[in-house]
Design a binder for this molecule. Structure first.
Ligand code: ADP
Ligand code: MG
Length: 311
């Protein structure tokens, strides 16, 4: 099968700073590709350059074999690239069904699509979409009353309604509950059966749920690529994620590392015990749940390397 998206030697400079730096990337039609990378790695810029929001400084982006150079955002969208932003952009005063009907008719304006009778084909499409995104029971309430997660699903549905050839999804589970996160993963997996999708995400558990091939970006380049297991065990990836700014002071981090290395020292610790130790330590040093999780991950990565107390 031909690649749907090919990126050759792509550099994007902002006043000399290279947000993307000689990046090479390729994905096949029908693939679900997950892109991860620490803050500032260039993930959002990557999407911006595919959608035409940002122009390459050097290199080339080819979509369905065509160079996107100097095509407007609008043209690229009509050519089949659909992007889901982090914040949902749905019409809050309309119902999910009405939102989807408008999305099916994106060439017409909102009012025209509202007052025009909906064709039976469209009705079927909308019905199918409501089922896919799990909003059948809420199809007739105002979208403003939906939860954050439900709004995200509605927007994904609206994107799909426009039948793009490539779906770009930026951090779909930021701010969602655990349950909504799992459901979002299920939704993307079901869409992946018939779509090419790029998902950018920070939440590792979520990435593990959906990922087949993961691309790791770092400083604007591709650091590595492979299955979730491959990339998670890649020392370069561990290094890069360790290099992220710690949520606690250097002194505290040093102390924590010594204590956790000591706990690990005899090497006979069971994984469950290890998790308990990490949780307790993180709980002592970080205030809120998110920081604690971040710290837990930092320590886990640190201890995954062969460490001794001396360093
Ligand atoms: P990510 O999404 O992986 O966190 P971004 O693509 O947003 O990373 O940013 C990559 C780098 O490029 C960051 O250091 C960011 O500050 C910089 N950057 C992004 N957009 C601009 C811009 N318009 N002007 C200047 N610098 C930018
Ligand atoms: Mg970003």
């Amino acid at each position: 099968m031909a690649p749907i998206l090919e990126i050759d030697n792509l550099t994007v400079s902002f006043d000399g700073f290279k947000a993307l730096n000689e990046l090479n990337f390729s994905m096949e039609e029908g693939e679900l590709r997950t892109i991860i990378g620490p803050n500032g790695a260039g993930k959002t810029t990557f999407l911006d350059v595919i959608t035409g929001k940002v122009q390459p400084t050097e290199g080339e982006v080819r979509f369905k074999g065509r160079n996107l150079k100097s095509l407007s955002e609008d043209k690229i969208a009509r050519f089949g690239v659909g992007r889901k932003f982090q914040t949902p952009r749905v019409y809050l005063n309309l119902t999910p069904r009405e939102n989807l009907e408008i999305a099916c008719n994106r060439n017409k304006n909102v009012f025209a699509s509202l007052f025009k009778p909906v064709s039976s084909g469209e009705k079927l499409t909308v019905k199918g979409l409501l089922e896919t995104i799990g909003l059948v029971a809420k199809s007739e309430i105002k979208a403003g009353l939906l939860s954050h997660g439900e709004k995200q699903w509605l927007e994904i549905g609206m994107l799909v309604a426009q039948s793009p050839d490539l779906l770009l999804v930026d951090e779909p589970v930021a701010g969602l509950t655990d349950e909504e996160t799992v459901l979002t993963g299920d939704l993307l997996l079901s869409l992946a059966q018939s779509h090419s999708i790029v998902v950018i995400e920070h939440d590792m558990e979520f990435v593990r749920q959906i990922a087949t091939t993961v691309t790791v970006l770092h400083q604007g380049s591709r650091l590595c690529e492979g299955s979730m297991d491959d990339v998670q065990n890649d020392p370069r990836v561990i290094e890069v994620y360790l290099g992220e700014k710690p949520t606690i002071s250097d002194r505290q981090m040093k102390m924590l590392r010594i204590v956790s290395s000591m706990a690990w020292a005899d090497g006979s610790i069971a994984p469950e015990e290890a998790e308990v130790i990490l949780s307790r330590l993180s709980g002592l040093f970080a205030e809120d749940a998110e920081q604690q999780q971040h710290l837990r991950e930092e320590l886990r990565n640190y201890l995954a390397q062969d460490v001794s107390i001396e360093n």
